[in-house]
Design a protein around this ligand. Sequence first.
Ligand code: URA
Length: 262
Amino acid sequence: MRLDKFLAESSIGTRKNVRIYIKDGAVKVNGKVITEPSIEIKEDTDIIEYLNKLVTYRGKVYYMFHKPGGCITARKDETNKTVFDFFNEVNMNGIFHVGRLDKDTEGLLLFTNDGEFNHQLMCPEKHVEKKYFFIALGSLDKEDIKKIENGISIGKEEEITKPAKIEVIKSGMYEDLEEEFDIRKFYNINSNFYEQPVVSGYLTISEGRKHQVKRMLKAVGCYVIYLKRISIGELDLDNSLKKGQYRILSEDEIQKLLGKCI
Ligand code: URA
């Protein structure tokens, strides 16, 4: 195995960071400083040290996390809670989030130290579907639905979106749906909005542009007030995970995700 891969999969740092540590002379293999990240080592027999401390190989790890609203998808932030703050029992060095969710978006977020896994799921050419549940102010008629399904313009200098799937679950005037959608609990909703139509449903996309779901719905006049990712490829968010909880993915789940996109 390559030295930089070994260190990244042993929670020393991301692949990029461990290359820097190696080049800086902080890593020894069998007692000798090595500055070439690509050298091959034998993970079972070679003795690898980082800053003169023995490194034990951890291997690849994969986590499913139920992201709550109100935290940002980043390792550190001056003012906001981040998704990493929830992993207080795991050494998260070298582990990163697979894609991003907006601060106010909830739902399924994956973490790993496996760069190839990340690439397989995130690379647009792989067309891995991400399914979201939304509640939005506004309404969706047949024309809007067709536009979303066929591809829609969401920004001046951007390509139109790839075909998507949309399924409306409920729609009507807010006052008639108040019991189901208590929109007062969502963000900065102004009481004037209470007399508006609301719509909920599932939107499934195979790209991952910034704020894509919100922008697609905005392009047909809908303003998202609640968004939750419920699946990635064949993997659904585990309903037993409460917001802020995480668990290791099973081998089957990893294969289910990868099987879809190789
Ligand atoms: N689309 C969005 O608009 N926001 C997200 O967090 C994810 C997808």
